[in-house]
Design a protein around this ligand. Structure first.
Ligand code: GDP
Length: 601
């Protein structure tokens, strides 16, 4: 153990810019893994993550590097999640490091999220090494990319080096630069001080329970110690500590400056909060590491089994997912339209999508997901504050004094050609407020907006990509809650309120959205023997209306089912569910209708 020779780094890169390839190359050059095993071993993330090109959780890796200066350095490479939903996790992983390699694909240029993560690294006082990857590609444009990096994050153009993770050219130089310029962890704390260790990640193992990924800032820890997790003041006895080389390898102890894992009989991943500080029960520090935040869901949606009998199965699957996903929350709920299900909280839309897909793939459960909603804060006339995650539980407009909704800071990097359309999308279609524009290199601009998260989570990303033919990239970050002129719109079918169809909309779009929804519903609800009015209601008046004409007798046989049965080959379990009609008063509403309308606003 010589902390002078430890280097703790992260690699900041956009998806597909070559992070995995670079780490593979480093592992190979330092003979850390047999080549044959490389793919399975390093960053052996879930199949889904690989397909999507996102890594949410991957193990850190320790390598030993024989430097040109004659020393053997221990380099820990800590991975960071590659998606905007996980910004907090990224910041905690960076907090475990002294340096970061900013890796940019020379044929792609800098993407918005890379800029954000680089700023996070700067906030954590990391030494940043800029590198351009894929210089072997004939269409790569290293000089332009270097200018972009200089404009966006202020790294000197002369300090940015070039490499090819594929051929290995330049990788040796990068390793030399890491050991030369990234500080050792010595100045951050000593092994003689009280134990202070950061939890930067955690996973659940069937046999071992929760495995904490940690960076020791001061003191040391070994098997048999009783540790205290400071956020919730809980204690556990340590049964094993070790390092990632790259598979888990037990060691005697972990000491200041080192990165490794701790197993301490923790059963519930919610006990091991990312960002929390670990200390010793017998000799505790009184000062926690800075930056701890409790993770809070940003987006809620209802999750329902297609058919009531799969409710129990769904509950078990969610419990299993939760073992490894502290950010996922769920509580049972009942909706008159959908029956029994769960209200789930997610960090963002990608997180939500991942949960849905894992339920489908790993547990073979088809679920119906209702439209996602942000968390609104309402101040009632009685003075009481109420948080609402489900539009159908929104208090009536008359009882509300003020409504607040979450806003985000949105950054978009784009070639200037698409600027006009992106401004239009963000400001006109999406209620965003333009803040400023700046240049990045010769061919790109950065647009800054502030925008309601409710508008961002629907289809902003897809629209932005379509408008810019894939060239623009975005990143957003929650800023605050702002007072907003929102209203609850209630839908009446045949004069009866249907709770599951209520939605929240901004005053300026209330008419337009209501119009679309009543029209859509009149398409989706089959004709009955009587005329059915469909109405949207807000602030004491009907703001949109459409009518389903009464049925003529001779077509009765054909009408039921027709459109509803067509798409059903896909998912068997869901099929049973969709056939069901919900009886609302005297009107039968197909479940499809509940879902289709949720997609409109
Ligand atoms: P990650 O998503 O950042 O981990 O990216 P990967 O390492 O998976 O790389 C994405 C793609 O770029 C893969 O097809 C790699 O083979 C390719 N790639 C990575 N580095 C280089 C490089 O230096 N040159 C070339 N030509 N291709 C590369």
């Amino acid at each position: 153990y010589n902390p002078e020779l430890i280097r703790n780094i992260s690699i900041i890169a956009h998806i597909d810019h070559g992070k995995t390839t670079l780490v593979d190359r480093i592992l190979e050059m330092t003979h850390s893994v047999e080549e044959r095993k490389m793919k399975e071993q390093f960053m052996d993330s879930m199949e889904l993550e690989r397909e999507r090109g996102i890594t949410i959780k991957s193990k850190p890796v320790k390598i030993y590097y024989d430097s040109d200066d004659g020393n053997t350095y221990e380099i820990n490479i800590i991975d960071t999640p590659g998606h905007v939903d996980f910004t907090y996790e990224v910041s905690r992983s960076l907090a475990a490091c002294e340096g970061a390699v900013l890796l940019v694909d020379a044929s792609q240029g800098v993407e918005a999220q890379t800029v954000t993560n680089t700023y996070l690294a700067l906030e954590n006082d990391l030494e940043i090494i800029g590198v351009i990857n894929k210089i072997d590609l004939p269409n790569s444009n290293p000089e332009e990319t270097i200018l972009e990096i200089n404009d966006l994050v202020g790294i000197d153009t002369d300090d940015i080096s070039k490499l090819s993770a594929k051929t290995g050219e330049g990788v040796h130089d990068l390793l030399e630069k890491i050991v030369r310029t990234v500080p050792s962890p010595v100045s951050k704390g000593s092994s003689d001080d009280k134990l202070k260790a950061l939890i930067f990640d955690a996973e659940y193992d069937k046999y071992k329970g929760v495995i904490i990924y940690t960076r020791i800032f001061s003191g040391s820890i070994k098997k048999g110690d009783t540790i205290k997790l400071m956020a919730k003041d809980t204690s556990y006895e340590v049964s094993e500590v070790g390092i990632f080389h790259p598979e888990l390898q037990e060691t005697e102890d972990l000491t200041a400056g080192e990165v490794g894992y701790i197993i301490a009989g923790i059963k519930d991943i919610e006990e091991a909060n990312v960002g929390d500080t670990i200390t010793l029960q017998s000799n505790p520090t009184d000062k926690r590491l800075p930056g701890y935040k409790e993770s809070k869901p940003m987006v809620y949606a209802g999750l329902y089994p297609g058919v009531p009998k799969y409710y129990e199965e769904l509950r078990k699957a969610l419990e299993k997912l939760k073992l490894n996903d502290a950010a996922l929350t769920f509580t049972a709920e009942h909706s008159p339209a959908m029956g029994f299900g769960f209200r789930c909280g997610f960090l963002g839309l990608l997180h939500m999508d991942i949960v849905r897909e894992r339920l489908q793939r790993e547990f073979e459960i088809a679920v119906i997901l209702t439209a996602p909603s942000v968390v609104y804060k309402t101040k009632l006339k009685s003075g009481e504050m109420l948080e609402v995650t489900n539009p159908s539980e929104f208090p009536s407009n008359d009882s509300i004094d003020e409504i607040y909704e979450p806003y985000a800071k949105l950054d978009i990097i784009t070639p200037p050609d698409y600027m006009g359309n992106l401004m239009n999308l963000s400001q006109v279609e999406k209620r965003g407020e333009f803040k400023s524009v700046s240049n990045a290199g010769k061919d790109r601009v950065v647009l800054h907006f502030e925008i309601p998260i409710a508008d961002l989570i629907f289809d902003y990303f897809d629209k932005m990509k379509a408008i810019s033919r894939g060239y623009a990239s975005m990143d957003y970050e929650y800023i605050d809650y702002r007072k907003s002129n929102l209203e609850k719109i209630t839908i009446l079918v045949n004069k009866e309120t249907v709770d599951a169809l209520s939605f929240i909309e901004h005053e300026s779009k209330a008419y337009e959205t209501s119009r679309k929804i009543v029209d859509k519903l009149s398409d989706l609800i089959p004709k009955h023997q009587f005329e059915i009015p469909i109405q949207a209601y807000s602030h004491g008046k009907i703001i949109a209306r459409s009518t389903i004409k009464a049925l003529r007798k001779d077509v009765l046989a054909k009408c039921y089912g027709g459109d509803i049965t067509r798409k059903m080959k896909l998912l068997n379990k869901q099929k049973e569910g969709k056939k069901k009609m919900r009886e609302i008063g005297s009107v039968s509403i197909p479940q499809d209708a509940f879902l289709a309308i949720l997609k409109i606003n």
